[in-house]
Design a protein around this ligand. Structure first.
Ligand code: AMP
Length: 398
């Protein structure tokens, strides 16, 4: 038995998953939310022989430390027993590793100081990640804790890709460059695709479209990230659920001068009130495609903007890579939206992309090819599993 506990903590919540690494099976998963309130909510799911039993409770949880105690209580009350499946390590997702962290790293006090120091690049995420690590260390003092960074996979970006054409002194002083995110997912699905196709990852040029509520695209050459759409922060790039993605930076100057909108409000506007939601009032891609297909003009226009941006990036990544072997769709929208996949790849036959309409429409939770057998570019849908990738990397580090 070699179990790994994976923790993904936010400022007022954390998710956890206990994974048995021998068969790579999830034994339990859960979510502790609204930490810091009287009515915090705990969901604990026990997975056995493919069926899931769910336990929920609402109670006061003042802080992360108490949250972990409650999680341990859920394991004791509902299973699986941590005595029978003692975690050999705890793996933590950390959003921003800056230019400092490029591989899974065993937590020390110095590592925590460094993650805290990178908070200026991810003020909402990194401090919460450190709080989660500290609380988890109190609950699991005798096993190594490992941090896995969302940015790490993109440490192979060449300078030409990660450098903004900004005054070099200013960029250096404030660590302004492209870092990229969703790295755990991009790495996982590109490796899964290579394995599924029976090809060496080092021989493949792949383009990964991670389309969830947040969305990013990565060009992967021989297993290394060489270009990615998110930047200093996860705001850059594709149109997302509530984020603008690419926008002329002067829009911010303009709104500040003309409408007296301050930095905090601009941050909120660009990150939380824009994207698909800002364009259509809808947050969920399911609702957007249903309305667009029913002839709703606003929904259609929003979907067109979304797809237009995807094509724009796809074209750019084709030229950066020169030759493309696979295009991979993953995450909530990439794995489920027949329409987004079909519209994004429509009309690309001259570039060797031939989608098989019937295969694209087939629903499945498994990895699958949706291009025709003779398509020069193989198009795949690959379910992502960031927790499993964090667990794999955690194990590799200890
Ligand atoms: P994620 O961030 O990976 O959990 O993805 C969340 C997004 O996936 C949401 O915008 C959902 O609308 C979208 N999604 C989930 N299921 C479907 C579906 N069947 N069709 C279209 N979008 C979906």
């Amino acid at each position: 038995m070699t179990a790994v506990l994976v923790i993904n903590s936010g400022s007022s919540s954390f998710k956890y998953q206990l994974i048995e690494m021998v068969g790579e099976t999830t034994l339990a998963r859960g979510l502790v939310e609204r930490i810091g309130s009287e009515d915090a909510h705990v969901t604990h799911e026990v997975i056995e022989n493919g069926s899931t039993e769910k336990f929920e409770q609402t109670r006061s949880i003042p802080n992360h430390t108490e949250g972990f105690a409650v999680m341990l209580g859920a394991f004791t009350a509902h299973g699986p027993s941590l005595d029978e499946h003692p975690p050999v390590a705890v793996g933590h997702r950390v959003v921003h590793g800056g230019a400092r962290f490029f591989e899974p790293t065993v937590v020390t006090d110095l590592v925590k100081i460094n993650i805290q120091d990178l908070s200026e690049l991810a003020p909402l995420h990194n401090p919460a990640n450190v709080d989660g690590i500290t609380a988890a260390q109190e609950s699991f003092p005798d096993v190594p804790h490992v941090v896995v960074f969302d940015t790490a996979f993109h440490q192979t970006l060449p300078p030409a890709a990660y450098t903004y054409a900004l005054d070099a002194e200013t960029a250096k002083r404030y660590r302004v460059r492209k870092y990229g995110f969703h790295g755990t997912s991009h790495k996982f699905v590109s490796e899964e695709a290579a394995r599924f196709l029976g090809r060496e990852n080092s021989d493949l040029n792949q383009i990964v479209l991670h389309l969830g509520n947040g969305a990013s695209m990565t060009a992967v050459r021989g297993g290394e990230s060489v270009e990615t759409s998110m930047g200093l922060t996860p705001l850059e790039g594709l149109v997302m659920g509530t984020r603008t993605g690419d926008i002329d930076p002067a829009v911010a100057f303009h709104l500040h001068r003309r409408a007296d909108i301050g930095v905090a409000e601009l941050d909120d506007l660009f990150n939380k009130r824009s994207g698909i939601y800002g364009l259509s009032g809808l947050k969920d891609m399911r609702d957007l495609t249903v309305k667009a297909n029913a002839g709703d003009a606003t929904a259609r226009a929003a979907l067109d903007v979304y797809v237009h941006r995807l094509k724009q990036y796809l074209g750019g990544y084709f030229f950066q890579l020169g030759r493309v072997d696979t295009i991979i769709f993953t995450a909530g929208i990439g794995e489920n939206s027949v329409d987004v996949r079909a519209e994004t790849l429509a009309g690309l036959e001259n570039f060797g992309v031939n989608v098989d309409a019937a295969r694209n429409e087939q629903r499945s939770d498994s990895i699958r090819v949706i291009s025709t057998d003779d398509s020069p570019v193989t198009v795949l849908v690959v379910p992502t599993n960031e927790e499993l990738e964090i667990a794999r990397q955690t194990l590799s580090a200890v």
